[in-house]
Design a protein. Structure first.
Lengths: 285, 293
């Protein structure tokens, strides 16, 4: 499908591509970049510059002091490690479990199948955020409050949406592949690990990247469940840092840029897959 | 392998489903049931005991509390303005699917805000709209429009619109990318046939593009209902729901009720109401589209 999409010739028949379209896209580019540029400018300003100049004015020099200062103060390394631990472990486990569950649902008929499918569907309809009030008590009573297990388990357990996407992909893999492997005496486990999983790896990888970005950007779960200083994530460290009344906009801006770097790196390196993955879920063939 | 396929099947079905299903039960269904239970109690969130108070929490929320209605009004700003943005999102998507040069570049710009950390977005715009030396006021000075300068985050008549603008900045790109995919999935022959029949671009747009993106349109409308009713981080971080309760959305109000005011029972009732609202609105909207389509 991917090849098809990229090779499809342009659709809309607006013959002479008018300057109007460029005007619209130019305007959007400006709207997207202006707030970000202002942050970049602010991050390069010295203390007298940030308090005296207007936000639009260019700094006199190329002052990097805000970056070195916030790197230590906002514990960027610690937060990055915590964010990576949480995001990587939840994304990997979630992807594996999702693929395994999707394999069962796509290939087997068994008792309670309808019931289990129904459970996954209902879980998609229950809004994630609203359950938090009760889930918070549960996590506390399990002794997981203020441990990294809390966010990881929640990200893994409460979000199984991708099962339906994986199932779509597995359905496209011909059952005759399974059958011929079975003639050779391959076990079901082998069929999954040697045939099915390798074939859906691209889909799994795409969704994993999107999920990775979503989890590193999430503020709600780490804010509620791991308030302890040693479990700061990129998101909560920025909140804590900016919440300190003594800091100025120059250092907040530098801190914003520090925490944007990891997600932006992921975005620009995997952009093609992210855009494809976002769209894969929404389009039925 | 020596094990028969029917035995293997039992093993693998159980083995592959046991963990995800139990996690789902423990972290999703059990808390949902608990939520319904808490919603009919007067629990404060930490005491060992609580009393069942029947539907008192719901009665109080719907009949007595003004703040809940303010919160719902605030959510409706997000809902309606994002709804109004959808035609523009579709227009941008069709521009990007058209003959425009560097459309890949513009596409990645459009989507960029969505991958930016929500806290970073909130802080960036707090600076942008800041009344003391904020960027917007300086831009107005620069354009000799100083009369328009104001406390963007404290003026109760505009603060909600300001917050919605941040939400638009952050989420429109996602919708555009979804619409792009939908438009690209329409077979090209439809357009070729239509232009042979002499249909102009507008007709092609209304008769081919719009029906072709119906599924994605439904998805975006549902995301809009769910997103608008559960707005949390933008108002929480930028205004903390203030001034007063002027910008507090349903989620901000719920979280504060639970964790700051320790009225767990009441907060649970709010969460239940929110859940019901999302399901009802989502259902009604999808029915409405079915009738029209």
């Amino acid at each position: 499908m991917s090849n098809l999409v990229t090779s499809t010739p342009p659709k809309t028949k607006s013959r002479p591509t008018g300057s109007f379209q460029y005007l619209v896209m130019g305007l959007i580019t400006v709207i997207v970049f202006v707030p970000l540029l202002i942050i970049v400018l602010a991050s390069l300003k010295t203390l007298p510059e940030i308090s005296q100049m207007t936000p639009l004015a260019l700094p006199h020099g190329f002052y990097l002091g805000n970056f070195t200062e916030t790197f230590v103060k906002a514990k960027i390394i610690l937060s990055l490690l915590n964010s990576l631990t949480i995001a990587l472990s939840s994304v990997i486990i979630n992807a594996l479990m999702g693929a395994m569950a999707a394999f069962i649902i796509a290939r087997f008929d068994f008792k309670f199948k309808k019931f289990i499918l129904g459970m996954f569907l209902v879980a998609m309809v229950i809004p994630f955020y609203t359950v938090e009030i009760a889930r918070f008590q549960l996590i506390k009573s399990m002794g997981l409050y203020n441990t990294l297990y809390a966010p990881i388990l929640i990200y893994i357990g409460a979000d199984m949406m991708q099962i339906f996407l994986y199932k779509q992909y597995i359905d496209k893999v011909s059952v005759s592949l399974d059958e011929s492997a079975m003639l050779d005496g391959a076990s079901y486990l082998k069929i999954f690990t040697k045939i099915i999983f390798p074939l859906i790896t691209p889909a799994v990888a795409t969704l994993a990247i999107i999920k990775f970005v979503d989890i590193t950007n999430d503020m709600y779960i780490p804010y509620l469940y791991i308030p302890s200083d040693k479990y700061r994530t990129l998101t909560t460290t920025l909140m804590t840092f900016a919440g300190d009344r003594s800091v100025n906009w120059a250092s907040i801006s530098a801190c914003i840029i520090w925490i944007l770097i990891p997600t932006l790196l992921v975005y620009f390196s995997f952009q093609k897959y992210i855009l494809k993955g976002i769209t894969a879920g929404s389009i039925k063939e | 392998m020596g094990i028969s396929y029917s035995r293997q099947k039992k093993l693998i079905v159980f083995g592959f489903l046991a963990i995800p299903v139990s996690l789902l039960i423990v972290f999703m269904f059990f808390p949902t049931l608990k939520l319904f239970q808490f919603s009919v109690t007067n629990w404060d969130g930490y005491s060992a005991s609580f009393k069942y108070v029947g539907l008192e929490n719901f009665r109080q929320l719907i009949l007595k509390s003004n703040d809940v209605w303010i919160a719902l009004r605030n959510n409706s700003y997000y809902f309606f303005i994002h709804l109004l943005a959808i035609p523009f999102e579709i227009a941008v998507a069709s521009i990007l699917c058209g003959k425009i040069r560097s459309s890949k570049f513009f596409q990645s710009i459009t989507f960029l805000p969505y991958v930016i950390n929500g806290v970073a977005v909130a802080l960036t715009f707090s600076y942008f709209y800041s009344p003391n030396g904020g960027a917007l006021n300086s831009i107005l000075d620069f354009l000799h429009l100083s009369v328009l300068k104001m406390g963007w985050l404290s003026n109760i008549y505009i603060v909600n619109f300001v917050l919605v603008s941040v939400s638009l900045w952050r989420f429109c790109g996602l919708h555009v990318v979804l619409f792009i995919a939908a438009i690209l999935s329409i077979p090209n022959e439809y357009y070729e046939a239509a232009s042979i029949d002499g249909a102009n671009s507008l007709r092609q747009f209304t008769n081919i593009t719009i029906p072709g993106i119906k599924t994605v349109l439904e998805l975006v409308l549902f995301l809009n209902v769910r997103g608008a009713l559960s707005v949390f981080d933008i108002p929480f971080l930028m205004t903390n729901g203030g001034p007063g309760y002027e910008t507090s959305t349903f989620m901000v109000y719920t979280i504060k009720t639970a964790f700051q005011f320790n009225q767990y029972g009441l907060a649970s009732a709010m969460a239940v109401i929110l859940m019901i609202l999302i399901i009802i609105f989502g259902y009604v909207q999808s029915k409405a589209i079915k009738i029209k389509g």
